[in-house]
Write a protein that binds this ligand. Structure first.
Ligand code: PPS
Length: 567
C-alpha cells in the first residue's frame, strides 16, 4: 500500500490517533466527504481500529486485494485469507481522488475515523466469490458488508481512528485485543483456546471444553458471535447473558468471556482462517473449530468434510500461528451422568435446539443437559405459548365481522388478565397512527406494516396484540407475520364472509356509497382483496352470531396453547 508520508504513526495498540491529531482532523472534517457505515462495515472498522485485524492498518488496496484472492497473501507476502475492503456506491467512488480524506461515520453521523484514499476500483464480485469459494453457486452471504449497496466499488487506504464505535451493551466485557492479551499475561495464561459461538452452550459443550483445556494445559477465551443488527435482536442479549452464566461454571482462572465485534462472514474455510488470525491477535494459541456441516439433532459423528477442513487449517498454521482444535462428539455416560467424548456414532442428546424446544413446550429440561443459570436465562426468552406474546390478526372485507370478533376477543383476553392486551382495530389505527394515509395500494400496505411494527413491539414485550385491518394484500400481511414471529406467536384469522353478506349488512353505508359512485376504490367492489392462502383460521360469519365466531378463535387459542385450557 502507498500512503502519504505526512500521516502520523499509529499507536501500537489501536489505530486511534493522538488527541491533538483528532482535534485537527475534526477541524478539517468540514471539508471532507463522508461515508456512513452499515452495521457489518461498522464491525470491520472496529476490528481494524482495535487491531484485531493486525497487521492491516486500513482498507486493502488493489494489490493486496488481488494477491489475497489469488494466493491468500498480502502484497508484502504476509499470509491473509480474505479481502477486508470498504464498499461504497459507484457515484461516491467516482467522486473520490487519490490522497483525499474521507470522514468515516456511524449511522448517526458520528465521525469515527478518517480514511486517506489510496485507490478506488470496481471489483469483479463474481471473480471474488469464485476465488473465495471455488464454486460460485455456494457463495451465499459472501458480501454481507456490501448488502446495502447496489453497485459496489472498493476504496482502499489507511485509516486514522478518532474513536471506537459506540456500544452500549455489556461494556465491561468488551476488551480490545491488547487488553485481552494483557489479561492473559497477568494471569500467566500461556496457552489459550479461542472459542467463538453463535448459540448458548450447555453441559456437553462445557465437558468438551474442559477436556480440551486439560489436554492442552490451556485456558479458554469465549466470545459470542455478534449479530451486527443486534439492537433489534433479542437473541444477542440472550446469547451473551447465557454465556455469562456458562463462563461462571468454570474455575475463575480458567476462562474469560469477551465480546469481539466479530460477525460470522459465512466465507467457508477461508472464513475460519480469518478467525484464526483474529484469535491470534487477541493472544490465543489455539482455536476451536465447530463442524458447521453437522445436522440437528446432532449425530455423534463428525463429517468427512470437517476432517478435511481441519487438516487444511492445520497446514495453514504458518500463516495463522494458531493450532486448530476440532469439535468433539460428546455422549452422556449413563452411569456417571457425565459427558465424555466419543465417536461411536450414537445420537448426541445435548443439542441446543432440543433444549429450546423443551422450554417452548413448557417441559422440564433434565439437569444433565444444561446449567440452572443458562436455563433460567433461556427460559425468559423461550416460553411456552401460554407465557409468550402473540398477535391475533383478523383480515377480511369491510363488514365481514373483523372488528366485532376482535372486540370480543380483546375483552376475553382482558378477562383472563395474564398478559397486557392491545386492540389495534382498523378504525383506531386510521385515526391515531395512519391519519394521513389514503386507500391506495401503497398506503394500505404502509398502514398494515405500521400495524405490524406496533404489534411486533407488543409481542416482543410479552403482550397480546389484537389487530383487525382489512389488510387486502398478501405482501404486507407476510411482512407483519415475519415481524411478529421473531418474537412470539402469529395467528392469522381470515374472516371470509362473502361480499354479498357484507354488502347486505352495510352497517356504515359504505357499500351503498360505493355503488352510487360517491366513494371509489372500496375493497371488494372496485379494489382487490387477495385471500390469504394459509391462515391459521378461516371463519365465515354469515351464519354465526359474533360470540359463536369468537368462540371458534378462542378454541383455537386453547388448542394451540396460547391460553390455558380452563379459560
Ligand atoms: S386497509 O386496507 O387495511 O388499510 O384498511 P383499514 O385500515 O382496515 O380501513 C378500513 C376501514 O376504512 C373505511 N374505508 C374503506 N375501506 C376500504 N376501502 C375504502 N376505499 C375505504 N374507504 C373508507 C371502511 O369503513 C373500513 O372499516 P371496516 O372496519 O373494515 O369496516
Amino acid at each position: 500500500m502507498q500512503y502519504s508520508d505526512s500521516l502520523p504513526a499509529h499507536n501500537a495498540e489501536s489505530l486511534l490517533v493522538h488527541f491533538r491529531r483528532v482535534e485537527l482532523l475534526k477541524q478539517q472534517a468540514t471539508e471532507f466527504k463522508s461515508i456512513s457505515l452499515n452495521p457489518h462495515q461498522l464491525c470491520d472498522l472496529e476490528m481494524l481500529l482495535s487491531r484485531a485485524y493486525y497487521p492491516l492498518d486500513g482498507y486493502m488496496c488493489r494489490d493486496d486485494y488481488e494477491r489475497v484472492l489469488d494466493s491468500m497473501k498480502l502484497a508484502d507476502g504476509t499470509g491473509w485469507p480474505l479481502p477486508i475492503c470498504l464498499g461504497v456506491d459507484e457515484g461516491f467512488a467516482k467522486s473520490l481522488e487519490k490522497g483525499e480524506c474521507v470522514g468515516v461515520r456511524d449511522a448517526e453521523g458520528f465521525m469515527l475515523a478518517v480514511l486517506t484514499v489510496s485507490e478506488v476500483w470496481q471489483p469483479d464480485l463474481e471473480q471474488e466469490a469464485k476465488a473465495i469459494w471455488g464454486d460460485v453457486s455456494q457463495a451465499d452471504g459472501v458480501n454481507a458488508s456490501l448488502s446495502t449497496l447496489e453497485n459496489p466499488w472498493y476504496v482502499g487506504g489507511r485509516v486514522e481512528g478518532l474513536a471506537f464505535p459506540q456500544r452500549y451493551d455489556f461494556t465491561d466485557i468488551r476488551l480490545t485485543p491488547a487488553e485481552v492479551h494483557r489479561y492473559f499475561s497477568q494471569k500467566g495464561w500461556r496457552k489459550v483456546v479461542g472459542v467463538q459461538a453463535g448459540r448458548p452452550l450447555h453441559q456437553a459443550d462445557r465437558a468438551m471444553l474442559e477436556e480440551i483445556a486439560n489436554e492442552e494445559g490451556a485456558s479458554v477465551l469465549l466470545s459470542p458471535l455478534m449479530f451486527p443488527s443486534m439492537y433489534s435482536s433479542v437473541d444477542h442479549f440472550t446469547l451473551v447473558r447465557c454465556m455469562q452464566e456458562f463462563v461462571g461454571t468454570f474455575p475463575r482462572n480458567k476462562a474469560l468471556l469477551n465480546l469481539m465485534p466479530w460477525f460470522e462472514r459465512k466465507m467457508g474455510p477461508k472464513g475460519a482462517l480469518l478467525r484464526a488470525i483474529v484469535n491470534k491477535n487477541y493472544g490465543c494459541t489455539h482455536m476451536l473449530v465447530w463442524d458447521s456441516g453437522k445436522a440437528e439433532p446432532r449425530l455423534n459423528v463428525l463429517t468427512d468434510e470437517f476432517q478435511e477442513h481441519i487438516d487444511w487449517l492445520d497446514k495453514q498454521q504458518e500463516n495463522t500461528g494458531i493450532i486448530p482444535i476440532k469439535e468433539r462428539c460428546m455422549v452422556l455416560d449413563d452411569e456417571s451422568k457425565k459427558f465424555v467424548s466419543s465417536d461411536d456414532g450414537k445420537l448426541c442428546a445435548n443439542d441446543h435446539n432440543g433444549i429450546v424446544s423443551l422450554l417452548t413446550q413448557g417441559k422440564e429440561v433434565p439437569e444433565w443437559m444444561s446449567f440452572p443459570g443458562v436455563l433460567e436465562t433461556l427460559g425468559k426468552t423461550y416460553k411456552p405459548p401460554s407465557k409468550q406474546g402473540f398477535c391475533l390478526f383478523f383480515t377480511g372485507l369491510s363488514g365481514a365481522g373483523k372488528s366485532t370478533m376482535a372486540k370480543v376477543l380483546y375483552v376475553k383476553m382482558l378477562e383472563l388478565n395474564d398478559r397486557p392486551v392491545t386492540l389495534l382495530d382498523g378504525d383506531i389505527v386510521r385515526t391515531n397512527l395512519s391519519s394521513e394515509l389514503d386507500f391506495s395500494k401503497e398506503h394500505r400496505n404502509l398502514n398494515v406494516t405500521r400495524i405490524g411494527f406496533v404489534a411486533s413491539e407488543i409481542v416482543k414485550n410479552g403482550g397480546i396484540a389484537v389487530c383487525a385491518p382489512i389488510a387486502p394484500y398478501s405482501e404486507s400481511r407476510r411482512q407483519v407475520r415475519e415481524a411478529v414471529e421473531q418474537y412470539g406467536g402469529f395467528v392469522e384469522v381470515h374472516v371470509s364472509t362473502p361480499l354479498e353478506v357484507c354488502e347486505q349488512r352495510d352497517r356504515k353505508g359504505i357499500y351503498a356509497k360505493a355503488r352510487a359512485g360517491i366513494i371509489k376504490g372500496l375493497t371488494g367492489v372496485d379494489d382487490p382483496y387477495i385471500e390469504p392462502q394459509n391462515p391459521e383460521l378461516r371463519i365465515d360469519t354469515s351464519e354465526l352470531v359474533p360470540s359463536e365466531a369468537a368462540y371458534v378463535v378462542l378454541n383455537f387459542l386453547r388448542s394451540s396453547g396460547y391460553v390455558g385450557r380452563g379459560e
